[in-house]
Design a binder for this molecule. Structure first.
Ligand code: AMP
Ligand code: GLY
Length: 425
């Protein structure tokens, strides 16, 4: 199949790695990609957010499937002109991508569909915000309504910091003040063809910068899959997944179908498992990063067939996604200063040594080639991924590989999957 992948991060590298692993002779083209992706597939220099240009390219080059990786082009509507010209595209149109692009929209859809989520109030002025903050009480949860590149959410017990966050984000639009929810977080992905919804395997992302879930929120510093501890609470992972399918994903997709704005693509449910039950903290309209780096290596069913079935309304006739039971762990290597003041432009060495560790592969996020040197060009630079027969082995491998990579000033967490490794399970 001739497939165009839009995006340039580790998520897109993970998607391309899974497509190549099928060994099905796919012709894959990426726009714009990164240094790691460019070693594997052809790069074209298109602006992924320019729907007209992407559509023209796809038509001229007989592209059979477009896979949209990041949220920004989805929210600005890159999928719409492609779909209207009959090109299969994995990724929702602008209207349905608002599930990620507008938290107010997402809350409205959840409310209409009866999906469990935290109470939230949208505020447009500081006065309103202060009243609502005091009504909900500490810890405070403040969220920018629109896309904020991972920087829009603040969870804090410091009222002044909450007010400051509100003040900042009110300059960019409205803000949501939300009830604080307590419990472990789970990321669960669903493929949707607009009507039929099928789940992938759950993962857990570590969003804070530092060990022990300390420090600022980031795009995600590491992840692992599956989540053996789900069985303690839900009987089995399958029971958990079925519950979220029935109470969250299917009602949401059906609501959007009913509203005439079908969701075609990946529905990412960010969940908190509270004492009172599962609650949605956010929806995303695309694969999660870094969760994708641990979910896709475990996928046995060919990814291209699943994405095409979603894009063409035929998921109901497609075999369900199957996963190996063995785990995958990923650790993100980030530049000095991430997430606030990224120092980029430094050289990365030791990758070949890292790749020599059994069961390890590396997906690139922000890398470029300068002559024969590999350079870090942004905040999250690499996702080092390891598979293993159990979590202990996968975790040992991933950290051995990370220790072999050198990038001056780089940061990574040392406690990814610590909870599930160590022989406890
Ligand atoms: P989001 O960008 O919506 O995923 O939020 C980033 C992080 O903030 C989440 O992964 C949670 O750790 C935290 N968070 C978001 N909403 C809440 C909430 N209502 N209660 C507690 N923590 C939250
Ligand atoms: N890992 C969080 C996200 O993709 O939004």
């Amino acid at each position: 199949m001739r497939i165009l992948v839009l995006g340039s991060g580790a998520r897109e590298h993970a998607i391309i790695t899974a497509l190549l692993r099928e060994d099905a002779g796919h012709e894959i083209v990426v726009a714009p990609g990164n240094a790691g992706i460019a070693e594997q597939v052809e790069v074209v220099h298109l602006d992924p957010s320019n729907g007209a240009v992407v559509t023209e390219y796809a038509l001229e080059n007989d592209v059979e499937l477009v896979v949209v990786g990041p949220e920004a082009p989805l929210v600005t509507g890159v999928a719409d002109p492609l779909r209207s010209r009959g090109i299969p595209v994995f990724g929702p149109g602008k209207a349905a991508a608002a599930l990620e692009g507008s938290k107010t929209f997402a809350k409205r859809v959840m409310d209409a569909a009866g999906v469990p989520t935290g109470r939230a109030t949208r505020v447009g002025t500081l006065d309103e915000a202060v009243t609502v903050l005091d009504e909900f009480g500490a810890p405070y949860v403040v969220k920018a309504d629109g896309l904020a590149a991972g920087k829009g959410v603040l969870v804090t017990s410091d009222r002044d910091a909450a007010v400051e966050h509100v003040t900042y984000w009110l300059q960019h639009g409205s803000v949501l003040v939300e009830e604080h929810l307590e419990g472990p977080e789970v990321s669960l992905f669903f493929l949707s063809d607009g009507h039929t919804v099928v789940p992938l395997s759950p993962a857990q992302d570590s969003k804070r910068l530092r060990d022990g879930d300390e420090g600022p929120n980031t795009g995600g510093m590491g992840a692992y899959s599956p989540l053996p501890w789900l069985a303690d609470r839900f009987g089995s992972e399958k029971d958990f997944v079925d519950e979220v399918l029935d109470t969250v994903a299917t009602p949401t997709v059906r609501q959007l179908e009913h509203e005439g704005t079908p969701f075609i693509g990946l529905l990412y449910a960010g969940l908190i498992l509270t004492e009172q039950g599962v609650r949605v903290i956010e929806f995303n309209a695309r694969f999660g990063d870094p969760e994708t780096q641990v979910v896709l290596p475990r996928l046995v069913t060919p990814l291209s067939g699943l994405l095409l079935a979603a894009a063409t309304g035929s998921l109901g006739n497609h075999e369900a996604p199957r996963f190996v039971p063995t785990p995958a762990v990923t650790v993100v290597l980030a530049s000095e200063g991430y997430p606030e003041a990224v120092v980029s432009g430094r050289e990365i060495t030791g990758l070949d040594d890292a790749l020599a560790v059994a069961g390890v592969h590396v997906t690139h996020a922000a890398t470029a080639r300068l002559d024969d040197r590999l350079i870090a060009t942004g905040g999250r630079v690499l996702s080092v991924v390891a598979e293993g027969k159990d979590f202990e082995e996968a975790r040992g491998r991933v950290y051995e590989a990370v220790s072999r990579i050198r990038l001056e000033g780089s940061q990574h967490r040392t406690d990814i999957a610590a909870r599930v490794a160590g022989g406890a399970r």
